[in-house]
Design a protein. Structure first.
Length: 174
């Protein structure tokens, strides 16, 4: 989109709330990130502040970021030959209107069956670290993806078409 932006990592504790749906969960975390950024003192006010959060949803439970190689291995085994949902929540703060608009995107990702050697190879890359579900669709894990139904950019963590629609709803013009 050609937007100039500044990355401002929010200082929040990302705590999951089991009573919320995946969409509600990601939107709540995205809003928390915006509020954390807005609380800081900045030299100037940004016209827009975007918060986003992505989770994986499989077998009725939310899957976060694995904290160990062993946990990542269990996740890969669970994805092997199956489909799961990737849910990304967006929250967009418009300074001019002093409002936050939100949206959630759900995409279905299907993995091919994985061999033990394939899983071991992937785990050795370290690419599983720091990401929901322990894989990056835009990286080496793309070798294992059979299909996606929905937004590729959402699985990467930012559904671009949804972001653009939210900006337009809030008065942005190209």
């Amino acid at each position: 989109m050609g937007l100039t932006f500044t990355v401002m990592p929010p200082e929040i504790h990302e705590e999951l709330t089991p009573s919320l749906s995946p969409e509600e969960q990601t939107v709540a975390l995205a809003k928390d990130k915006i509020n954390a950024v807005l609380k800081k003192k900045w030299d100037h006010m940004f016209p827009w502040v975007l918060g986003a959060d992505t989770i994986i949803y499989l077998d009725g439970r939310i899957i976060g970021k694995p904290t160990s190689r062993e946990e990542a291995a269990v996740l890969l085994e669970g994805f092997s030959g199956r489909s799961h949902d990737v849910v990304t929540g967006l929250a967009l703060y418009n300074h001019r209107k002093n409002e936050i608009v939100v949206r959630a995107n759900r995409t279905i990702v299907s993995f091919n069956p994985l061999t033990k050697d394939e899983m071991d190879w992937y785990l050795e890359t370290g690419e599983w670290q720091g990401v929901a579900g322990g894989y990056r669709i835009q990286g080496k894990a793309s070798l294992f993806i059979k299909s996606i139904e929905g937004s590729y950019s959402s699985v990467m963590g930012l559904p671009i078409a949804d972001l653009y629609a939210m900006l337009v709803e809030s008065g942005y013009q190209l």
